[in-house]
Design a protein around this ligand. Structure first.
Ligand code: S3P
Length: 427
């Protein structure tokens, strides 16, 4: 069997301690800002995923010196130079969207490309505001990649985001770094604020007033040394795995606890899990803590509105464990899931059905009734890391083995996921 497919056997319990690789959202942002900052940025616990490696690869192609050992990534900030090759963003929407702003304000042209999945994803959401800033960006039909960018001077803007997207907000703020004037971005609901916190960590002045973020262009950045907090969106798979077993006991060390990212803890507690956060500290504006979780007979949940935006990366795994709850889980206002690395609403519904569940698929979410016993089956990652990991978790409580096709997709955010999961489960 190709190593891309993995069989998950049912488990009796989940227990132990885990330390997670660095948060993907923060790793991207620190690398990008380090590449523009004065001095050498040293990052420990950088994300081990392929997505953040794509960001480092693109930065190298524009002339940024990067050294990577197992423990540290070092980035020499420097002026960027014209790339000799198209800039390959791989599977990473964050790389393409957030770097497009910085590249648009350079004195050279560049082309951003991606794999098949990224080539289907919407880029008009960054092209539109960046064009208002004076950027010259051409995309393929329907605003899809590749993006061809002709560098030119940029001006700040006042912009209200039509979709709640931290990537787009960050792309505009990062473009403002190389623009003239003062930008204000107004978001419809609060999205993750790592872009703002990272800019401040590198020495820029950024102000928040309600849902508006304001920043003036041309500010100088200074290199930082940082240990990147463990990725809470990767931790989510273990938190949900532990949640499924009433006798479980799991400790996650040094995890990102930024309030714009930690909503899963509240949802799991609302469903009956016992969760304690200890050793809370702040590093470069980001909260970090250790999380202890004990599973329970899970009640249900309704996730809608701003909560759906806050939990956008955790919704696949929540939906995947929903059949094991007593009341089921309803997810609304999550249309964005359809334009992630895969159509995550369709992928979750198809895999739950393959495992014997009844599911109602809706345009903007899912209704998964509770009290359903899943059986082992063949499921498909759809080439999407979070779908592969979500169904590894669902498989732990199924009757019989589950074959996950395309499980290798997990390397996009968490290459060590399957071996770490195996070390935590008891059979
Ligand atoms: C991210 C924002 C979210 C999220 C993605 C990472 C970020 O995307 O799904 O995994 O780092 O800003 P959107 O901004 O498109 O919602």
């Amino acid at each position: 069997m190709p190593r891309n497919d993995i069989v998950i056997h049912p488990a009796k319990n989940v227990a132990g301690a885990v330390r997670l690789p660095g948060d993907k959202s923060i790793s991207h942002r620190y690398a990008m800002l380090g590449a523009l900052a004065e001095g050498t940025t040293r990052l420990r616990n950088f994300s081990t995923g392929a997505d953040c490696a794509s960001t480092l690869g693109v930065l190298s192609s524009v002339g940024v010196a990067i050294r990577r050992s197992e423990a540290v990534v070092e980035i020499e900030g420097s002026p960027w130079r014209a790339p000799r090759v198209p800039l390959d963003c791989g599977n990473s929407g964050s790389t393409m969207r957030m770097l497009s702003g910085m590249l648009a304000g350079q004195t050279f042209s560049s082309e951003l490309t991606g794999d098949d999945s990224l080539s289907r994803r919407p880029m008009a959401r960054v092209i539109e505001p960046l064009t208002k800033m004076g950027a010259r960006i051409e995309a393929s039909t329907g605003g899809r990649p590749p993006l061809r960018i002709v560098g030119c001077p940029l001006q700040a803007i006042d912009y209200r985001l039509p979709v709640a997207s931290a990537q787009v907000k960050t792309a505009i703020l990062f473009a403002t770094l190389v623009a003239q004037g003062t930008t204000t971005v107004d978001e419809p609901v609060r999205t993750r604020d790592h872009g703002e916190l990272a800019l401040q960590a590198f020495g820029a002045e950024v102000m928040r007033n309600g849902n508006c973020v304001t920043m003036t262009g041309g500010q100088k950045l200074h290199a930082i040394e940082a240990a990147i907090p463990g990725d809470i969106s990767s931790a989510a798979f273990f938190l949900c795995a532990a949640a499924l077993f009433p006798g479980s006991n799991l400790l996650l060390d040094s995890v990102l606890m930024n309030p714009t990212r930690a909503a899963l803890l509240d949802v799991l507690m609302g469903m009956g899990c016992r969760i304690a956060v200890v050793n809370l500290e702040e590093h470069h504006g980001e909260l970090v803590g250790s999380v202890a979780v004990e599973g329970a007979v899970l009640k249900g949940a309704t996730i809608a509105g701003a909560l759906s935006a806050a939990l956008i990366d955790e919704l696949p795994v929540l939906a995947a464990i929903a059949p094991y709850t007593t009341e089921g889980i309803e997810i609304r206002d999550a249309r964005e899931l359809r334009v992630k690395e895969s159509d995550r609403i369709a992928a979750v519904a198809a895999n739950l059905r393959a495992m014997g569940a009844t599911v109602e698929e809706r345009e903007d979410g899912l209704l998964v009734p509770g009290n359903q016993q899943l059986h082992g089956a063949e499921v498909d990652s759809a080439g999407d890391h979070r779908i592969a990991m979500a169904f590894a978790v669902a498989a732990l409580r199924a009757t019989g083995d589950t074959l996950i096709r395309g499980a290798g997709a997990a390397q996009i955010s968490y290459p060590e996921f399957f071996s770490t999961l195996e070390a935590l489960v008891e059979r």
